[in-house]
Structures are given as structure tokens and as C-alpha cells.
Design a protein around this ligand. Structure first.
Ligand SMILES: [Zn+2]
Length: 87
């Protein structure tokens, strides 16, 4: 059975087989705060999905995550500037 033994994988090939890494499975816990881009709604909620699109739980309109994120930041900045103007 020497021919069978010679077919064994070299040590380097066996070493390169890493155990399954779980860092690509992002568990729940990290969410992004989104603000609905629909002006009449403008609902804020925590989004835990990792897709590009999210559905607003209030008005059920589908919106782009990146836009909703920007929307939130924009509104926060607007609020800050308004407070500044009032004083
Ligand atoms: Zn909404």
C-alpha cells in the first residue's frame, strides 16, 4: 500500500486548511440607526439587517439604508444648527 501513502497531501497543504472562521457571521447586536426618508413619516429605528434596503416599520416604505443613514445625520445637523440660531 505504499502507492496509497504517496498520494497523501503534503504537510503544507494540510496546514493551510484553517478551521472554519465565524467572523463572517455577524451576530445581532450591531445595528444602525435609520431615519425614514419619507418626510411625513421620518420614523427613527434601529436596523439590524445587513442588506442595502430596509423597510420602515412605521409606514412600510422600502428605503435605501445608506440614504436613511444620511437622512438621520442630516436631520441631526439641522436640529443642531436650529438650536444654535435660536440662541
Ligand atoms: Zn417611514
Amino acid at each position: 500500500m505504499s502507492s496509497y501513502k504517496s498520494k497523501r497531501l503534503p504537510r503544507s497543504a494540510r496546514r493551510s486548511r484553517k478551521p472554519l472562521q465565524e467572523n463572517w457571521i455577524r451576530g445581532p447586536g450591531r445595528g444602525t440607526t435609520l431615519k425614514c426618508t419619507y418626510v411625513k413619516c421620518s420614523y427613527e429605528w434601529e436596523y439590524f439587517g445587513r442588506r442595502k434596503w430596509a423597510q420602515c416599520p412605521a409606514c412600510h416604505s422600502v428605503l435605501k439604508v445608506a440614504l436613511a443613514k444620511k437622512n438621520l445625520i442630516y436631520h441631526q445637523q439641522a436640529l443642531n444648527s436650529n438650536e444654535f440660531k435660536n440662541e
